[in-house]
Design a protein around this ligand. Structure first.
Ligand code: DMJ
Length: 641
């Protein structure tokens, strides 16, 4: 789901991130000291008030009953004298009256002494110079930062490491294929090296302006999105020096205590997914620790009346909200429905079920809802729990929700039958209402809008070819072949969308309308921003069929990217794939390194590299291991408390 990535940056610009110690504890420390002053003043005022009240208010303490001795009596105060306003007040007589007076005196003295002490302390503070006060504040800040660091780096409980098969290798025997794989690796190095030189620490790179770039999905901070997203690709390509460089940046700089509003979905798939994959591949604890720290920061997004998370959350304040453009204040299906894989792994690694419970709650809620024609609308209001606009798509806004149902089943070692059933039911409804054949014989996936089908397919929806192929096994004996074929048909249609352009790169979205087939019509749909979905589908189809056409199509795409998107400062998207003289958009998307180049590399590698019965790729192409929980669901597993 990437619509948010395409939205312009909001006009609000926040000054660049201070990469010093986290700002959250500073703020708290500053408040603490100023709070002390305020409290001190309030306390003094309060003590003065009590002191005065003690002498001038009616003696209400006399209402109090003391333990009565024999002589003790409680009698109405009828002799209060003329003008007595309170004839109903009782006085205590007898020996206890004396004790009471002594007690009063003692209290009065104590109050006086406390009052004087507080005033002295206040005067003392006020006598201090600005520098002394500043130094004190700094000391307190440092203390809090230290405490936070100790807390944040607390070791996580050990859990059994999943079976990590095929994290390297895949060397092709064929010379030609080996050369192609080497070429993809060289492209990765070009993208990385330029980001390293011109955009280091920024979220993305502007390869033509040769500077950092970001969008609103990453918030206002430099969180090194490209570094985190690229790590596992670097690792599997054997670019270890680059990997270590990225790891060092993460250790020293990646800080989530920032006043920044980020997309929960994007941060989950790119950062948490990227960090978890880097952890599993390299075994470096730091990645796991960072993933958990970030996940904790996302949890407040779930504080909605329904438990359906907000689209965005401020990492510091925890305040969440939804995209202004989303129908009826809704959250987006592909956003709140694309958390499951990462959150299950977080619970597995931390032993804390909170993450698992959050995503299972979403699933349960969705299961209870009515679905028009069996379809899931893309919009759901997190306050009311009602659907927004009836718009269903397998492209943007819907896509990875379906993907994660299938992958939840695969990742659970095929034990999460509930997820599989939801996937099967959803796909059946999609096939019935959204998948059509064009006049020219191309199978496409349209979009359902308020009761009618739009014959338009987005580049994003092209991932579904791979999904159908991946889900074929497990869909029932009579259907496995059908879904593999359907996947192949989608791959063919998407290849056509590339082949019918001047640059041999696919447009953002294409139509099937009369004579128009697999071609973009509106100018605003003609761009290509280095997206991976078509190549992703080629790779899955290659793995399941070994039909050489997929390698051939993948190579065509790689050559087109090399020819039209490569610039001396990295790789850039193009604005019109139908124009033979491309104009660049000057953005090197982080998913180009995470996904496009990774899928290309895998396409020209042997199947022993990240085999699909041991690894499941999240929607940002970050591989996560299958959790072999011996037929026990996560919540019932002893590894998880
Ligand atoms: C990626 O961030 C993910 O694949 C997401 O699910 C949808 N699209 C972009 C890349 O196009």
């Amino acid at each position: 789901m990437t619509t948010p990535a395409l939205l312009p940056l909001s006009g609000r610009r926040i000054p660049p991130l201070n990469l010093g110690p986290p700002s959250f504890p500073h703020h708290r420390a500053t408040l603490r000291l100023s709070e002390k002053f305020i409290l001190l003043l309030i306390l003094s005022a309060f003590i003065t008030l009590c002191f005065g009240a003690f002498f001038f208010l009616p003696d209400s303490s006399k209402h109090k009953r003391f333990d009565l001795g024999l002589e003790d009596v409680l009698i109405p105060h009828v002799d209060a004298g003329k003008g007595a306003k309170n004839p109903g007040v009782f006085l205590i007589h007898g020996p206890d009256e004396h004790r009471h007076r002594e007690e009063e005196e003692r209290l009065r003295n104590k109050i006086r002494a406390d009052h004087e002490k507080a005033l002295e302390e206040a005067k003392e503070k006020l006598r201090k110079s600005r520098e002394e006060i500043r130094a004190e504040i700094q000391t307190e800040k440092n203390k809090v930062v230290q405490e936070m660091k100790i807390k944040e780096n607390k070791p996580l409980p050990p859990v059994p490491v999943p079976n990590l098969v095929g994290i390297s290798g895949g060397d092709p025997e064929d010379n030609d294929i080996r050369e192609k794989r080497e070429k993809i690796k060289e492209m990765m190095k070009h993208a990385w090296d330029n980001y390293r030189t011109y955009g280091w620490g920024h979220n993305e790179l502007r390869p033509i302006a040769r500077k950092g770039h970001s969008t609103n999905i990453f918030g206002s901070s430099q969180m090194g999105a490209t570094i985190v997203d690229a790590l596992d690709t670097l690792y599997i390509m054997g670019l270890h020096a680059e990997f270590l460089d990225g790891q060092k940046w993460i250790e020293d700089n990646l800080d989530f205590s920032v006043n920044s509003e980020v997309s929960v979905f994007e941060v989950n798939i790119r950062f948490i997914g990227g960090l978890l994959a880097a952890y599993y591949l390299s075994g470096e604890e730091i990645f796991k620790i960072k993933a958990v720290q970030l996940a904790e920061k996302l949890l407040p997004a779930f504080n909605t009346p329904t438990g359906i998370p907000w689209a965005m959350v401020n990492l510091k304040s925890g305040v969440g909200r939804n995209w202004g453009w989303a129908s009826a204040g809704s959250s987006i299906l592909a956003e709140f429905g694309t958390l499951h894989m990462e959150f299950v792994h977080l619970s597995y690694l931390t032993g804390d079920l909170i993450y698992y419970k959050k995503v299972m709650h979403i699933r349960k809620l969705l299961q209870k809802m009515d679905r028009p024609n069996g379809l899931y609308p893309n919009y759901l209001n997190p306050r009311t729990g009602r659907w927004g606009q009836y718009h269903t798509s397998v492209g943007g806004l819907g896509d990875s929700f379906y993907e994660y149902l299938l992958k939840a089943w695969l990742m659970s070692d095929k034990t999460d039958h509930e997820a599989r059933k939801m996937y099967d039911d959803a796909i059946e409804a999609i096939e019935k209402h959204l998948i059509k054949k064009s006049r020219g014989g191309l199978i496409f996936i349209g979009e359902w809008k308020n009761g009618h089908l739009e014959k338009k397919m987005g580049h994003l929806a092209c991932f579904a070819g791979g999904m159908f192929a991946l889900g074929a096994d497990g869909s029932g004996t009579d259907k496995a072949g059908h879904y593999l074929e359907l996947g192949a048909e989608i791959a063919r249609t998407c290849h056509e969308s590339y082949d019918r352009t001047a640059l041999k790169l696919g447009p953002e979205s294409f139509k099937f309308d009369g004579a128009v087939e697999a071609v973009a019509v509106r100018q605003a749909e003609k761009y290509y921003i280095l997206r991976p979905e078509v190549i992703e589908t080629y790779w899955y189809l290659w793995r399941f069929t070994h039909d050489p056409r997929y390698r051939q199509w993948g190579w065509e795409a790689a050559l087109a990217i090399e020819k039209y998107c490569r610039v001396s400062g990295g790789f850039s998207g193009v604005k019109d794939v139908y124009s033979s003289t491309p104009t660049h958009d000057d953005v090197q998307q982080s998913f180009f390194l995470a996904e496009t180049l990774k899928y290309l590399y895998l396409l020209f590698s042997g199947d022993d590299l990240l085999p699909l019965d041991h690894w499941v790729f999240n929607t940002e192409a970050h591989p996560l291991p299958v959790l072999h929980l011996a037929n026990t669901t996560l919540s019932g597993n002893p590894a998880v408390r």
